[in-house]
Design a protein around this ligand. Structure first.
Ligand code: 4AZ
Length: 852
């Protein structure tokens, strides 16, 4: 817990009563209370002296005030500016790499002297200038002339209120390429010729002082990896208040390549972070990336410098220390990161340089695609991430791709397929000086203009899709063109906008048509009435009147603001047994209960890893679903799934633990695999455990599958980490909205009666209205069941997924166990749902037995 949250804030104690007496003023002298009378001569002198004393005191106070205000105005703020500049009239010496060499010292002294004279010429900043120091030198080849680049820090003590003036003068942006010839000093002898000065203010998170700041310098060697690690990695978490810099250099004509192999820092970049610079000075204009949180192991979090230098910084705050990182750095020839070129043939792929690592800064690539005459070109982006923060998508001012006079940027493309009206296409890509991303992977194809999608359906955006997907109610083209101009079949409704949607989707609470046609006239209530969640009708006037008019409390929800209301099944019960009318208030970052209990125990349900890639397909990545468990029974192997809810307890399906050919109800037949990704591959993050006990729900009904839930206690606790982490349990009143997306995961069969999956699979389905579901399924849907699926078929849980989680992502932050995989009519049939155990119905039972 954060120390601040723990309530250890400093609050001055009120003085004890016994002390108060000592501070009372003594009772007034009775003489002073006498009536006024004419003063005597002696008294007259006394008055004169008194007046004099008063005048002196007044003068003193005035002086003090003047001094005080003068001092206040003169209160100084320390500011540091980091910069780099090119020295064009000095040859580079290898000794410059060593800050202890006399060559370094000599040149550094000269640079410092000249910086002083540079600042002295600017009256706005000269009065605040405290001094400069050289951080490093590197070489820079420019039109065959070898220059020295100096990296420096200048310090100022600025009067309060003047910071912006100084900031304005000391934030110096890099000049555009064509106007780089300006010199800062006349090329007199013995005077260094400065060019291309870039400077910016130091990161505000570095204003505090660090006890033991460290700086390491490394020079790469071709074909050799140098390992960099955060302190203590991997055995212990990094220490608090750490500030480390790594200066990375490559040989002349090479680039630095830095790859993070393991990366796990605190989630919040304001607290702990790394920052990578395309320079040896930490200048914001040269920042390539700032990263925190965790990244998937072995994901290509790789950076490439523009020249032969790079700076890596690690900064941590006082609390919450994480494992840290392991990175390797090496040098690559400059042209290895080259890009663009001539692309010919009928199809092919191209990508941003260093893909799937991050592209370099300040790069321009042009691909000229030429397919055989009489054919046209189509480019499809398979992945795309040029997501500079703070840039509006339409503008694309920083990093972008340009094709057909159209600029693309950001991370979500509206159209992934772009085609030309000729046999050529020019694709260009540019990155600016700072902040780089993964870039893109694209494919080009030649197509026949008269028949662009032979044997398939042609979308308006030129994507080709299977003809079976036309008019199926799903936007497969991603521009809806496969769902337009359809003649709706008997099993479909015709939306006002002429789209066709399955009848099953009518009145399911989701606007499938896009114009709400499928959700109109669903309730029986009149216009001036409110439709309660239990389908009762109450007058609109009775909404939010503090009384439960519906009978289920739904007329008192969503009334704006949070208030204490009578408890119903729809309200949230706080720890103090008072109920509030906010839906799903738990762990949403706001304390809604008087006792704050809605924000207790919120460590669950967080996915450990961020992704630096756009995910597609159904294979999961290691650690993506850390609550997923594989339950094995020898000699069969994987039989069922389960979910971690604490370091000792799992939730699974009761039907998984019923005796059949094997005594499945007996704890000792089971082997539990936590943190598993691929069946039969016991990874470093995998833990195997035996069971202490199995508790199937006492009301489990093997005929109807009602109450299909069981608890499993592990023989011993497991360590919780990036690969094993509990999912949140929803409270009894938690609502999973109809139509919202939920994830199913498991190693179950990938088709009905098919084989089990090797790699843990995931699929996105939607929650389906129980009444609609009841009409679809062969057996009844009880209140203890929850339906989810994709009614067009093809996506579902299947044999072997049973007992596993149905995970719901709340507020884009944490996952809740909405359901336990229970049963279905086969797998993935059209107009069939998957049926799950509704976990909210068992919240109290779970708490009673496990304490979770
Ligand atoms: C099973 O046999 C099973 N389509 C689980 C889920 C579903 C079907 C079968 C849902 O474990």
């Amino acid at each position: 817990m954060d120390p601040l949250d723990a309530g250890t804030r400093y609050s001055p104690r009120a003085p004890a009563d016994s002390d108060l007496g000592e501070h009372f003023l003594p009772a007034s002298d009775s003489k002073k209370l006498e009536k006024h009378r004419k003063p005597t001569k002696k008294e007259g002198i006394g008055i004169g002296v008194g007046l004099l004393v008063m005048a002196v005191v007044l003068a003193l106070i005035t002086g003090l005030l003047v001094w005080h205000f003068h001092l206040r105005r003169a209160e100084k703020i320390k500011k540091k500016y980091n910069g780099s500049l090119k020295i064009t009239n000095e040859p580079y010496l290898d000794d410059y790499e060593d800050p202890n060499s006399s060559a370094f010292q000599e040149l550094a002294d000269k640079v410092v002297l000249q910086l002083k004279s540079f600042y002295s010429k600017n009256p706005r900043v000269s009065k605040y200038y405290m001094g400069s120091s050289v951080l490093a030198f590197s070489d820079d080849l420019d039109e065959n002339q070898e220059n020295v680049v100096a990296y420096y820090r200048s310090e100022f003590e600025v009067s309060q209120g003047q910071e912006s003036v100084v900031d304005g003068d000391l934030t110096i942006k890099e000049e555009p390429e064509q106007s780089k010839s300006r010199a800062f000093a006349s090329p007199e002898e013995n005077i260094l010729k400065f060019e291309n000065m870039v400077s910016g203010v130091e990161d505000s998170r570095l204003t505090k002082t660090f006890e033991n700041p460290q700086k390491h310098s490394h020079h790469a060697q071709s074909g050799k990896n140098i390992t960099l690690e955060s302190p203590g990695f991997p055995d212990s978490p990094y220490p608090p208040n750490t500030f480390i810099e790594w200066e990375l250099r490559a040989d002349h004509g090479f680039r630095v390549m830095l790859s993070f192999l393991k990366f796990s820092l605190e989630e919040d970049c304001r607290k702990d972070f790394i920052k990578v610079y395309n320079s040896l000075a930490p200048i914001e204009e040269k920042a390539l990336a700032e990263k925190c949180g965790s990244y998937y192991p072995n994901e290509p979090l790789t950076f490439v410098s523009s020249r032969n230098v790079m700076l890596l910084r690690l900064l941590t705050d006082q609390d919450k220390n994480f494992p840290g990182f392991r990175a390797v750095f090496t040098q690559i020839p400059k042209d290895l990161a080259a890009c663009g070129g001539e692309l010919t043939g009928l199809n092919g792929t191209f990508q941003t340089p260093n893909y799937p690592g991050y592209y370099p800064a300040s790069i321009k690539c042009v691909w000229n695609i030429e397919v055989p005459v009489e054919k046209y070109v189509k480019v499809e982006f398979k992945t795309f991430d040029l997501s500079e923060p703070g840039v509006r998508r339409r503008e694309c001012l920083k990093d972008y791709v340009e094709l057909n006079d159209q600029k693309l940027c950001g991370s979500k493309l509206k159209t992934k397929v772009i085609s030309s009206n000729s046999n050529t296409m020019r694709v260009s890509f540019r990155s600016d000086k700072s902040y780089v991303y993964q870039g893109f992977l694209a494919e080009f194809y030649a197509f026949e203009p008269s028949n662009p999608c032979p044997g398939t359906f042609k979308c308006f955006n030129n994507k080709c899709i299977s003809p079976l997907l036309e008019c199926d109610g799903w936007d497969d083209c991603e521009d809806n063109s496969d769902e337009k101009h359809c003649t709706c079949s008997d099993s479909q409704i015709t939306c006002k906008n002429s789209l066709c949607k399955p009848k099953m989707w009518q009145c399911d609470g989701v606007d499938d048509c896009g114009d709400n046609t499928d959700e109109e006239n669903c309730g029986q209530c009149k216009e001036e009435e409110f439709t309660c969640l239990n389908n009762h009708c109450v007058s609109n006037r009775k909404m939010c009147n503090g009384k439960d008019d519906c009978g289920d409390g739904s007329d008192e929800l969503d009334c704006g603001g949070v208030s204490i209301v009578p408890c119903t099944s729809l309200t949230h019960r706080c720890k103090n047994d008072k109920c509030i009318n906010k839906q799903n208030p738990e762990c949403d970052g706001t304390e809604d209960c008087e006792d704050g209990s809605d924000e207790d125990n919120c460590a669950c349900g967080k996915k450990p890893y961020k992704s630096s890639r756009i995910v597609g397909g159904t294979d999961t990545r290691e650690g993506e679903w850390p609550w997923q468990v594989s339950l094995h029974v020898e000699p069969k192997g994987h039989v069922c799934g389960a979910s971690v809810i604490s370091n000792r307890w799992l939730v699974t399906a009761a039907h998984c633990v019923q005796d059949r050919d094997i005594r499945y109800s007996s704890p000792d037949v089971w082997d539990v695999y936590l943190g598993l990704h691929i069946q039969q591959v016991i990874g470093t993050g995998t833990v195997k455990r035996k069971l202490k006990q199995i508790i199937p729900h006492p009301k489990y009904n093997k005929e109807t599958f009602d109450n299909d839930i069981a608890l499993m206690e592990l023989e011993s606790a497991v360590p919780l980490n990036n690969n094993i982490w509990p999912i949140c349990l929803p409270t009894a009143s938690y609502k999973f909205p109809i139509g919202s997306s939920v994830w199913i995961t498991g190693w179950g069969a990938t088709r009905e009666a098919g084989f089990l999956a090797h790699v843990l699979q995931k699929a996105e389905v939607r929650i389906i209205n129980s009444t609609v579901c009841g009409k679809l399924m062969s057996d009844p849907i009880t209140p203890q069941m929850l339906c989810a699926g994709v009614l067009s078929g093809g996506v579902d849980a299947c044999q072997g997924d049973s007992g596993g989680p149905l995970s719901y992502l709340a507020n884009n932050t944490r996952y809740y166990l909405a359901g336990v995989v229970s049963w279905g009519d086969g797998c993935a049939h059209r107009n069939k749902a998957g049926v799950y155990t509704r976990v909210t119905r068992f919240r109290r039972w779970i708490k009673e037995l496990t304490g979770v």
